[in-house]
Design a protein around this ligand. Structure first.
Ligand code: PDD
Length: 277
């Protein structure tokens, strides 16, 4: 098991975390989760572009060019002889320095990335998942994929304790996204989702969902829907690099479409399947 740290590869058991690491002390860093199918990256450019956008937004200077980043990420798969379905977790923190909220000077960012097998979640994609709604108590800059995930963790734990797969988040009743995925409502043949503003993560799979809708002439409407709209939904689904496109069949104990995944969700899932091959 090789872990990429900066430009070096170390064995998992030899990984050492520096003292006073800003990722640990402040959550002062950013990350990506990238899907791998049969040993090949999926949507790698979208993830790398978003990583650099997140870094710029929080003024972290990534010590490599994008070109170097691609080659390190490729080497991570090669060194670990990955030919399966997997995920790569990559994080970059501002670095290690004596603890002070203000940025340290003369500190370089710490990069760390590993790959892990992740079989596709075929059963939940077929059957759909239950969800609950939860208030979105996160900050205003959720477009940054930051390591500060405590509100997401709390929401997901509440969902998990309720026997649910995801928490659908809302700000004053307006649905933003889920704790670790984007969410969509289907009504009268149209797909509605929160606009890609600063208060949601601009999901790489979300970009694909938009593209698939365009190709299928399904109107993709970037208009936030509300908690009370859910009861009139024909379908509901979510998307992420790990859950792909997954139907939502229950919200707060109420069935969506009598508990069955709907036709538009199925179309988007089929398009994803073709694209990810
Ligand atoms: N989460 N919204 C949030 C809050 C997320 O954390 C994620 C991804 C998404 C979907 O983004 P994408 O389509 O690029 O995966 C939306 C990853 C999978 C995670 O934190 O594990």
């Amino acid at each position: 098991d090789y872990i990429l740290t900066h430009t070096n590869f170390v064995r998992k058991d030899d990984l050492k975390y520096p003292f006073e690491e800003r990722g640990l002390q402040f959550g002062d860093g950013i990350y990506e989760v990238i899907r791998v199918y049969k040993g090949q990256y999926y949507l790698i450019e979208e993830h790398v572009e978003r990583l650099y956008r997140s870094a710029e937004a929080v003024k972290i200077d990534i010590p490599f060019t994008k070109k170097e980043m691609y080659s390190h990420l490729d080497e991570l798969l090669r060194k670990n002889s990955i030919d399966t379905d997997a995920k790569v977790y990559l994080q970059i923190t501002r670095g290690s320095a004596p603890r002070d909220h203000a940025f340290p000077s003369n500190t370089t960012a710490n990069l760390y990335a590993y790959v892990q097998d992740l079989p596709r979640k075929m059963d939940i994609m077929r059957e759909g998942v239950s969800t609950i709604t939860q208030p979105d108590v996160r900050w205003d800059w959720c477009y940054i994929k930051s390591l500060n995930l405590l509100p997401n963790v709390m929401a997901k734990q509440t969902a998990s304790e309720a026997g649910c797969f995801e928490a659908i988040l809302h700000k004053d009743g307006e649905i933003t996204e889920c704790s670790s995925s984007n969410v969509y409502l289907v009504r009268d043949g149209k797909v509605y989702t929160h606009p890609a503003k600063k208060n949601i993560l601009h999901g790489c799979v979300r970009m694909k969902v938009e593209h698939f809708c365009k190709e299928e002439a399904i109107p993709f409407i970037e208009e936030a829907f509300r908690v009370e709209d859910i009861q009139y939904a024909d379908e509901l689904f979510l998307s992420s690099s790990t859950a792909e496109v997954t139907p939502i069949t229950k919200v707060d104990g109420h069935l969506v479409n009598e508990g069955k995944p709907g036709p538009i969700t199925r179309t988007i899932q089929q398009k994803y399947e073709q694209d990810a091959k």
